[in-house]
Design a protein around this ligand. Structure first.
Ligand code: ADP
Ligand code: MG
Length: 213
């Protein structure tokens, strides 16, 4: 696989579309365990990115990631704005001098995002957060690379891991985020941030898969 700035911006557009279509679903999830703003926060951030698509497409990968991070930090707000903003800025450091990403580069990008989110949010897997959709995807990506899977198999495995990870938050007790304020710690509800993380990872995999024969 070969992912350049242009393809990454195609992904941002596709992710924006999926997020945009799921206003009620995601808002209801955040109303059940949080304050109901997660969808509008994230939607605002992706709208801002799509509005600057021409500029992003023309940038080297590392600068584009830095710009995406700064834009997310400034527009999304809430916990997720800081976490996504920081994650993109951390990932940008892995992309210096690269005009495109191969599979292994993308795995490093996602691993750098995971590390930054974990340290910034002082959270680990199992805490019922966005991490629960990202960490299994990072692991599945690494395992798939080690197993020598084809690009299609690899992308399918990463996508599946993130969707299953989001699904698994339903039975978790929250240790971070607003769901910790609920008497039931959110048990029985999916974590909205994990669901939207799985939207992003699955859309990324789908967008890349379409470019491979
Ligand atoms: P806020 O909770 O400030 O209203 P959002 O509604 O934008 O922020 O985002 C909520 C999501 O952010 C949660 O569903 C959870 O996935 C994620 N989140 C919250 N706190 C943390 C944390 N400390 N570490 C990782 N993810 C977190
Ligand atoms: Mg919220």
């Amino acid at each position: 696989m070969k992912i350049d700035s242009k393809l990454y911006v195609d992904y941002l557009q596709n992710a924006y579309q999926l997020i945009h279509e799921n206003e009620k679903y995601v808002t209801d999830l955040d109303l059940a365990t949080g304050d109901g703003d997660h969808w509008s926060n994230l939607n605002k951030g992706f709208a801002a990115l799509v509005a600057m698509e021409d500029e992003l497409r023309s940038m080297p990968l590392d600068q584009m990631f830095m710009k995406i991070g700064m834009t997310m930090m400034a527009t999304i707000g809430g916990s997720s704005g800081v976490l996504y903003g920081g994650a993109y800025m951390a990932a940008s450091k892995t992309l210096k001098g690269k005009d495109h990403m191969e599979a292994a580069d993308l795995q490093l990008v996602l691993a750098a995002m995971l590390k930054d989110i974990q340290s910034r949010g002082k959270a680990e897997r199992g805490f019922k957060t966005m991490i629960d959709a990202l960490a299994p995807a990072v692991d599945a990506f690494k395992e798939g690379l080690d197993q020598g899977l084809s690009d299609h198999e690899l992308l399918a495995q990463v996508k599946e891991a993130s969707l299953e990870g989001a699904e698994a938050t339903k039975t978790m007790e929250a240790v971070r985020g607003r769901a910790t304020y609920q008497a039931d710690k959110g048990v029985g509800h999916l974590d909205p941030g994990a669901v939207t993380m799985s939207y992003q990872i699955s859309t990324l995999c789908d967008t890349i898969a379409k470019t491979i024969e």
